[in-house]
Design a protein around this ligand. Structure first.
Ligand code: C2O
Ligand code: CU
Ligand code: CU
Length: 542
């Protein structure tokens, strides 16, 4: 069942090329050079009997997003080969999706067919699902156009809002930008014990930003600023649609939010000051609802909201907005060096004229259009979380340090770039063991080239994590105001797989590794950062 890996070396060569091209501000795709067919083969396994057998074709398509010309996009076209037809739901009029819906315990086979243009190798990663490493969509498993990859795994994760997206190294950001992404929604028996809005009242809210050119096409810059800082768009799309107004009834809804943007971070809030009611995070429901004035949602993260419109009148409108915040980029600590301040502000200019990170933006309008007599009541408890104990960690007394920082104008993990196959000694863990990792967002005050602090959404494959603590360093007071503009919005309860780490912050994570040995990646989920090499392997060893 393990597909052969024959592109490791090619991928590595491409990576070296990419870094040079990226630094020169050169076109991203120029570094991707696919010559000749790759002989990656993956065929269905005879003794794997799927409950659900799906086909997903990655291919070019067109969709009408703005008035006028249709937008050329890349989509996953899904179909059910065997199993419940409702397992795959297209989102009409959207490049996103399909939404895949499964029950915990189901065995799933998914055949990815790469029908993307020449040069576009691809592979799907099931973000948040803990599948064996060979099924996780490691970049080295990327397949060339016209090839197939067969995924076979059992869904062992708790009910939650997971998602899938491409993961070919150096091409992830541009492929997601072109439209490739979908939700993967898991249900289970625990969830079924809670009365939550369902069916037409259980809605996806995938938030992305884009830039359109004069001909309604996505415009994705290869400029150095985009490559180094991440893409920022000037147009918010919800489920692939601009200026979305959601017609609702006077009742409760379950909103499944995903930040599917390449790099933009949102500070979510209701426009009228109503508190957000959070019922779930990345990997499923919380044990009890949590009320927040605002909640942060970084690329890759999910949040489930209970949104009750039962007290409202017909015609009422309410907006989901992203509030203003600071400190996520362009932070230059001055206390330690003479370069302070020099690169702030102006550095953040964006070619597209897109609003800077942290600018207030409208995301979605909700309009009350229908009266409904009955509404659900928010449950006071949800599902049991079965959390780990920090004392169970094998390194409870000496947590592993993962330092993320900028060196030579690129973002690094423990001073290293991504290497398709390499696993350093400090990147080896024991399969099935429990560990504490401290993710340290380091800054280099006073360094001529690398003075900037930036927020990074940190994601680890193959695990769910608990956030044990957050600590902001106090030696550079420049961090504090920005930090205070976001810190009440971290929803760290429950199980996560992606965690926003602010400049100067250390986030302590607790996790149990996959029982099956294998190599997984961990990386920044700012997709431009990941493509640029802010990603590493870790090996779970038997
Ligand atoms: Cu959603 Cu490795 O990423
Ligand atoms: Cu992932
Ligand atoms: Cu990053």
């Amino acid at each position: 069942m393990s597909p052969k890996n024959l592109i490791g070396r090619r991928g590595f060569l491409r990576l070296s090329g990419l870094t040079a091209a990226a630094l020169a501000g050169g076109p991203l795709l120029a570094a991707c050079n696919t010559t000749g067919p790759l002989s990656v083969s993956a065929t269905p396994t005879a003794d794997f009997l799927p409950d659900l057998d799906l086909a997903l074709k990655a291919m070019p398509s067109e969709v009408a997003i703005l008035p006028g010309a249709a937008t050329r996009v890349w989509v996953y076209q899904g179909s059910v080969v065997k199993g419940d037809a409702a397992s795959v739901q297209a989102i009409p009029g959207s490049y996103l999706g399909p939404i895949i819906r499964v029950q915990k315990g189901q065995k799933v086979r998914i055949t990815l067919q790469n029908d993307l243009p020449e040069g576009q190798e691809t592979i799907i990663h099931w973000h948040g699902l803990r599948v064996p490493a060979s099924m996780d969509g490691h970049p080295r498993d990327a397949i060339a156009p016209s090839q197939q990859f067969v995924y076979e795994f059992e869904v062992t994760d708790r009910a939650g809002t997971y998602w899938f997206h491409p993961h070919p190294h150096g091409l992830t950001a541009s492929q997601v930008m072109a439209g490739l992404a979908g939700l993967f929604i898991v249900s289970d028996d625990d969830e079924a014990t809670v009365t939550l809005p369902s069916g037409a009242f259980d809605l996806p809210v995938v938030i992305q930003d884009r830039v359109f050119d004069g001909n309604n096409q996505f415009s994705y810059g290869n400029d150095m600023m985009t490559t180094m800082m991440g893409f920022l768009g000037n147009r918010i799309l919800i489920n692939g649609q601009p200026d979305l107004t959601l017609p609702v009834a006077t009742r409760a809804y379950r909103l499944r939010l995903l930040n599917g943007s390449n790099s933009r971070i949102y500070k979510l809030a209701w426009s009228d000051g109503t508190q957000l009611t959070v019922v779930g995070t990345d990997a499923g429901l919380l044990d009890a609802p949590v009320a927040r004035d605002y909640a942060m949602l970084a690329p890759g993260e999910r949040l489930e909201l209970w949104a009750d419109f039962s007290g409202r009148s017909l015609g009422d409108e309410l907006k989901l907005i992203s509030q203003a915040f600071t400190g996520a980029e362009g932070i230059v600590p001055t206390s330690g060096g003479s370069m302070g301040g020099m690169m702030g502000g102006g550095m953040m200019g964006n070619m597209s004229g897109a609003p800077a990170l942290g600018t207030e933006q409208d995301l979605l309008t909700v309009r009350v259009e229908r009266q409904e007599a009955e509404s659900l009541t928010l449950p006071t408890t949800l599902v049991p979380l079965k959390l780990l104990q920090a004392s169970d960690a094998v390194n409870a007394n000496a947590p592993r340090q993962v330092v993320i920082s900028q060196r030579n104008m690129t973002w690094k993990i423990n001073g290293r770039d991504f290497d398709m196959d390499a696993v350093a000694d400090d990147e080896k863990v024991k399969a099935g063991s429990i560990e504490i990792w401290d993710i340290v967002n380091d800054v280099n005050p006073g360094e001529m080239m690398d003075p900037l602090g930036m927020a990074h959404p940190f994601h680890i494959h193959g695990v769910h994590v608990q956030v044990l603590s957050r600590t902001l360093r106090t030696d550079y007071p420049e961090f504090t105001p920005g930090y205070e503009s976001v810190s009440a919005g971290f929803v760290d309860n429950g199980w996560k797989d992606t965690v926003l780490i602010m400049p100067g912050e250390t986030v302590r994570l607790l996790m149990r590794f996959h029982e099956q040995a294998g190599t997984f990646v961990y990386h920044c989920h700012n997709l431009e950062h990941a493509d640029q090499g802010m990603m590493r392997n870790y090996a779970a060893e038997a």
